[in-house]
Design a protein around this ligand. Sequence first.
Ligand code: ATP
Ligand code: MG
Length: 251
Amino acid sequence: MSILIENLSKNFGTFKALDHVNLEIKTGSLVALVGPSGSGKSTLLRVIAGLDIPNSGRIWLSGKNATSLSIQEREIGFVFQNYALFKHMTVYENIAFGLDIRNIDSFIISNRVKQLLQLIQLEKFSDRYPNQLSGGQRQRVALARALAIEPKVLLLDEPFGALDVKVRKDLRNWLRNLHEQVPVTTVFVTHDHQEAMEVANEIVVFQKGCVEQIGKPQDVYDNPKKGFSITNSSIYMNFPLLHLEQSSTNL
Ligand SMILES: Nc1ncnc2c1ncn2[C@@H]1O[C@H](COP(=O)(O)OP(=O)(O)OP(=O)(O)O)[C@@H](O)[C@H]1O
Ligand SMILES: [Mg+2]
């Protein structure tokens, strides 16, 4: 499914979190959304998902105006910052949740959950509760839960944000491979430029509620605009925490 964002604005009081955003995301692409803290990345994902209503502008999904569709009608899977698993449900129940509420036949649900457990390599963990899993395993379950409804679009807001470098690296490879197997149009937010360069086939740089730059990773790396700075071998944005993260991970 393609996503077309047309002149989209979202205000919080007098503050413009999204300021006339225009953006086209082609079917099957894997897009990294980067930019300083507060630049509007999460707001954009929330508006695409239907969790927030824009003040003006339109969202087109596969050429259809989706601006006033409900969350469920949009067929979008998402994993948001701090979007925890349901603690009182097992891994199986968490993954099955979106199918259960759509009243899908239990036999179909069971097959689908088994496939997804295989995909996230947690077949033996289906009866565990979230607090019996590692952080990386929980993230994989969150992704499986988002994929269960066979979404046409996958939105990931810093899906690997809180994880250590090794797990992050594994999951980043895993996401790339997953996208090759199941080429769902995917937009993921990251503060880690190395991650954006390695995983995405397109990078969108956000700045103060606007798209500042769009391009192939190499093009953005070679010709960065203000929001994407490069020094010698390392890349960083004008976002102080990223410098700390990079220096601690030797990126
Ligand atoms: N519900 C809200 N009410 C008021 N202001 C909000 C609300 N949600 C977001 N904002 C403001 O809108 C701006 C954009 O927020 P957003 O969460 O989209 O930033 P972000 O780019 O995702 O930042 P980060 O990288 O820190 O996650 C910020 O200045 C934020 O304070
Ligand atoms: Mg955010």
